[in-house]
Design a protein around this ligand. Structure first.
Ligand SMILES: C[S@@+](CC[C@H](N)C(=O)[O-])C[C@H]1O[C@@H](n2cnc3c(N)ncnc32)[C@H](O)[C@@H]1O
Length: 310
C-alpha cells in the first residue's frame, strides 16, 4: 500500500531531506563490509530504494564493479533516484525501476546482496517481503537489513525533558505507543519492527544471522556548529513551523484512534507535541538545548542457506 499524506505526497516524502545524508558513520559501514566479507559482491538489490540514499551509500563501501538495482513503488522516487545517482557519479553503477518488494519481478537466486533500509517498518506483512528478498538472493548471498526500533527514540532525554515528571514522560510515551500500534493495526507497518527481524529470518531458514546496532547518534549542543547539527536544526525548525510531528496531524489522528486512543483526547496530545517541538526550537535559539540524540537502528545480516547445505 502506498501511504499518501494529506497533501498526497509520495511515500516517505517528509523523510528525504538533507538530514538523511547524516544517518550513518561511513567507517562503521566499511567495518560491516569487512566483517561480512562483502568484497565479492557484484549484484545488489535495494528494495524500497526511495530516492537512493541507502543503496548509493552502500555503493561507496562495495567494490567499484558492483551494480545496484533499486526498486520502489513510487515512480517519482525512481526518477529522483536516477537523477541523484547521476549527480554523485553513480549513474553507471545504479539503475532504478518500479517494483513491489512483496512481488519482485526477478528470477530466484539472482543477487549477491539484497538490502533495505526503513522499508519493513512500512510493511503490513514484513515476512512476505523478507521471503521475496530471500527468494531472489543467491544461495550463500547476504541479506543486509537496516530497520529501527523507532519507539526507543521517544525515551531519549534532552535538557528539556530531563526535568519532566514521571506522568509527563508517560503521557508522551502513551501517545506515541498508541500511534505506533494504530499504524500497525491499519496495516501500514510496525515502526519498531527492527526488534523482530532476526527472529523472522530464523523462521524463514536464513543462516549466519548477525545483529549490529548503528553507532550513529544525532547530538545537539550549543553552539550547534557542525554542518550536521545545522542541517538537523533546519529540518526540526521546518517541521515545527507547520506542526509536523513525525506524521501529519491527520495521519496521527487516524493512527491514534486505530490504536485505541479516544477522539476527545487527541487534540490534547497533539497540542502537547506541537508545544514540545516549539519549545525545542526556542531553546535552540537561546543556545540552551542539548541532547546526545541516541537512536536504535539495527543492521541485520544473514545468509541464504547454500544449495549444498543440509
Ligand atoms: C522510508 S522510505 C526508505 C527509502 C530508502 N530505503 C532509504 O532508506 O532512503 C520507504 C520506501 O519504501 C517504499 N515502499 C513502500 N512499500 C513498498 C513496496 N511494497 N515495494 C517497494 N517499495 C515500497 C516507499 O515508496 C519508500 O520509498
Amino acid at each position: 500500500m502506498s501511504l499518501k499524506s494529506d497533501e498526497q505526497k509520495a511515500h516517505s516524502a517528509e523523510y528525504f531531506g538533507e538530514y538523511r545524508d547524516y544517518w550513518w558513520n561511513r567507517d562503521f559501514l566499511d567495518l560491516m563490509a569487512q566483517r561480512l566479507r562483502l568484497g565479492h559482491v557484484r549484484n545488489v538489490l535495494d528494495v524500497g530504494c526511495g530516492i537512493g540514499h541507502w543503496g548509493q551509500l552502500l555503493a561507496s563501501v562495495l567494490d567499484k564493479d558492483s551494480l545496484i538495482t533499486g526498486v520502489d513503488l513510487e515512480s517519482d522516487w525512481i526518477t529522483k533516484a536516477r537523477e541523484r545517482a547521476k549527480s554523485i557519479g553513480l549513474g553507471e553503477r545504479c539503475r532504478y525501476e518500479l517494483g513491489d518488494v512483496t512481488k519482485l519481478k526477478f528470477e530466484e537466486n539472482q543477487f549477491d546482496l539484497v538490502t533495505c533500509q526503513t522499508v519493513l517498518i512500512h510493511m503490513k506483512e514484513p515476512m512476505v517481503a523478507l521471503r521475496e528478498m530471500l527468494r531472489v538472493l543467491r544461495p550463500e548471498g547476504v541479506l543486509f537489513i537496516a530497520e529501527p526500533n523507532n519507539f526507543a527514540s521517544h525515551t531519549v532525554m534532552s535538557s528539556l525533558t530531563e526535568g519532566w515528571s514521571v506522568d509527563e514522560v508517560i503521557e508522551r510515551l502513551k501517545f506515541n505507543l498508541t500511534v505506533e500500534r494504530g499504524k500497525q493495526a491499519l496495516g501500514l507497518g510496525f515502526n519498531s519492527v527492527g526488534d523482530l527481524i532476526p527472529g523472522y529470518l530464523n523462521e524463514l531458514g536464513a543462516v549466519e544471522i548477525d545483529v549490529f546496532i548503528s553507532d550513529k547518534a544525532t547530538p545537539f549542543f550549543p553552539p550547534y556548529a557542525s554542518q550536521e547539527q545545522q542541517v538537523n536544526i533546519r529540518q526540526a525548525r521546518e517541521w515545527a513551523s507547520r506542526g509536523f510531528i513525525g506524521w501529519s496531524r491527520q495521519e496521527l489522528r487516524e493512527y491514534f484512534l486505530a490504536g485505541g486512543g479516544e477522539e476527545k483526547e487527541f487534540d490534547h496530545y497533539f497540542d502537547i507535541c506541537v508545544q514540545d517541538s516549539k519549545e525545542m526550537i526556542s531553546a535552540i535559539e537561546k543556545q540552551t538545548y542539548h541532547s546526545a540524540g541516541g537512536a536504535l537502528t539495527y543492521l541485520i545480516a544473514a545468509r541464504k542457506r547454500g544449495s549444498k547445505a543440509t
